[in-house]
Design a binder for this molecule. Sequence first.
Ligand code: MLT
Length: 232
Amino acid sequence: MRIAEAVRTLSFPVASGSHATMPHTSRNDPGFIHIFEPGSDPAAPPLLLLHGTGGTEHDLLRLGRAISPGSALLSPRGQVNEGGALRFFARLAEGVFDPAEVAGRTRQLADFIAAAAARYGFEPRKLIAVGFSNGANIAASLLLLRPESLGGAILLRPMVVLEQTAPAGSLANRRVLILNGSTDPLVPPDHSERLAASLRTGGADVTITLLAASHGLTPQDLTAAKAWLHAA
Ligand code: MLT
């Protein structure tokens, strides 16, 4: 599902003026067109927003702002074009992945995060990824392959993409929320548990919440994401 569609279906209120800060769209970085919106609360964790297939860097800004109003937002645009739909890594078919492609794209995103952290002045260790579908999948790959890039993640409709487990200790003190839908035709039912297990071997504290939902986001995703973030 295109994230624009999914986000349009959300009915949560967003405070007026939440985009008072002009988003900064930039190409002057290692490869990723992105938006950076500075935060207003130094105690709020910066959020890395990762859109789904067919989305853009604009799609999750409203959701990110609603999850954590004071956070800085960093939102890159996926670089892979699948028939006009942007993604963060190419796939062989729906649900079929090439580990080398995923690893290469994950490395590029991790390098972008490191450069953005230096440029905008945030600590990657505090960065919480908020990823939807393909964006959730590359966030999980960052945790597995480049754990220094993130402090935690909210994974909205993720699936198992890499058949590997995190090295012991690599995800110590990282919290991860997996939000999947009980009627999602795209994410196989056992994938939440399998993904959680692969992250827990690295020491991550993983919470799985199964919502009465399909692949599209619902207001319950926002409620669960906010509750999880504020329980930190
Ligand atoms: C998607 O449509 O993006 C898939 O469900 C997940 C993926 O291909 O990464």
